[in-house]
Design a protein around this ligand. Sequence first.
Ligand code: PNS
Length: 161
Amino acid sequence: MKVKAVYPGSFDPITNGHIYIAERAAAVFDEVIVSVLVNERKTSAFSVNERCEMARESLSHVKNITVDSFNGLLIDYVRQKNAGAIIRGLRAMSDFEYEFQMAMMNRKLAPEIETFFIVTDPKYSYVSSSSVREVFNFGGTVKDLVPDGVYNKLIERYSVH
Ligand code: PNS
C-alpha cells in the first residue's frame, strides 16, 4: 500500500529547515504533499500563491513532493487527499507542547490519521519563517537559511538590500 503524507504549515516563507523536513519525509513516504495554509484570520507576509510558488520552486528536485494549499480543518483536507499521515518538524523541546496538543486534537478528530514528527538538523534548530523575515528586515544575513528563490523574493518584497 502506498502511503501519502501531508506536510502542512504556513511556510511564510519556506526555509531550509522546512526543505530538510520535506526531503526527509519524501525519503520515507511514497508521496508527500506540502500544504500551505490559507489563513484569512492571520496576516501573512506573502500571499498563498507566492508561498506555494516559493515552495514549489524550492522542492522541484524531489520527485514525490507536490505543493498545494488548504483552508479550514487540516484533517478534512488530509481525508480529502486520501492521505494517511501528517508530518510536522520538531526543532526543540519548546516546539513539542504545541505540536503534541495539535497532534492530540487531530487524533481526536480523525483517529485513522497518524501524526509523524521529524527532528530537524541541528543547524536549522533556530530557524523559523518569522525570524528569517525579521532578521532580513533589520539587515541581517539570512542567505544561507533560505533557498535562493526565497532570498530573491525577500529582496523584491522588502527591497532594502
Ligand atoms: O507552520 P505553522 O503555522 O506552525 O502550521 C500550523 C498548521 C497549519 C499546521 C495549523 O495551524 C493547522 O493545521 N491549521 C489548520 C486548522 C486546524 O486544523 N486546526 C486544528 C489543529 S489543532
